[in-house]
Ligand binder design. Structure first.
Ligand code: OOG
Ligand code: MG
Length: 257
């Protein structure tokens, strides 16, 4: 049997992102399973590398019940982050560059020395140099932000842009810090880092394990987004967004009007 057309699917998803044009789901029609979907994700990354982007880290997705419930997929997933996706803290994004952008509060890690895939992280403070509040801007390339598990994996887990706030040493109690998402000074979402797999440190274990299955090892100096603690909120033109994580501070972005 001939497998799914990995390169062709990656091209369709890449064009959808480049032109901010939604497409229909692809997995059912092309017979894409999760393994082939990660191959599509790798081809999409290659497409970005070919135009000069740099891989700067990984992101986890669907590490909280709130996120799983919002999108109706209940498996932890991971995707790739490139330098071009990074928006400076306090920076401005153009919502017109996206299909239906949403923002969500995240915790970012700056990776230090990493164990090999299959080895436990052990001492987290050896593996993680610093922690920061972050915002992820997600933008599913699928119409109505609706997808199956292989669809969202192929689509680089809806990754579009991200903001990282100020770095701090790993604080005590990382497993239960309050998280807020504010839009225009009003609280839009409330959560806790405990929502991220019970402890965001577990997201790193999962990232090492799941990416390792596909031959991807995490690297010193990489960024790592642990996954949103709350559901995501639509990003409207003119909005000012802040993610506040107790003990870590704030990351913010503005959407141009
Ligand atoms: C998939 C990406 C999920 C997270 O933090 O859970 C994600 C989506 O919600 O479109 O980035
Ligand atoms: Mg996210």
């Amino acid at each position: 049997m001939i497998g799914p057309d990995v390169a062709g699917i990656a091209e369709r998803l890449g064009l959808a992102a480049d032109t901010a044009t939604a497409i229909g789901q692809l997995a059912a029609e092309t017979g894409l399973d999760v393994d082939a979907a990660y191959a599509v994700q790798t081809a999409l990354l290659q497409r970005r590398l070919d135009r000069g982007e740099r891989l700067v880290g990984l992101k986890m997705g669907l590490t909280s019940r709130a996120k799983m419930a919002q999108v109706g997929v209940d498996e932890v997933i991971w995707g790739r982050l490139t330098d071009v996706m990074r928006v400076p803290d306090g920076g401005t994004v153009d919502t017109g560059a996206y299909i239906h952008p949403r923002v969500e509060p995240e915790v970012a890690f700056l990776l230090d020395r990493l164990p090999e895939p299959g080895e436990p992280v052990g001492d987290f403070t050896d593996a993680v140099r610093a922690v920061a509040p972050a915002i992820e801007l997600i933008d599913s390339r699928y119409a109505d932000f609706t997808f199956s598990l292989p669809d969202v994996v192929a689509d680089n887990t809806s990754a579009a842009a991200f903001v990282v706030g100020p770095w701090s040493p790993v604080p005590d109690g990382l497993e239960n810090l309050g998280v807020l998402l504010e839009i225009d000074g009003r609280v839009a979402q409330v959560g806790s880092t405990a929502a991220i797999l019970g402890d965001p440190r577990r997201a790193l274990d999962e990232g090492i394990r799941l990416a390792g299955r596909h031959g991807v090892g995490l690297r010193e100096g990489w960024l790592f987004l642990a996954g949103a603690a709350t559901a995501a909120v639509p990003l409207r033109p003119g909005a000012h967004v802040r993610a506040v994580v107790e003990k870590l501070g704030t990351a913010s972005l503005r959407a141009a009007s």
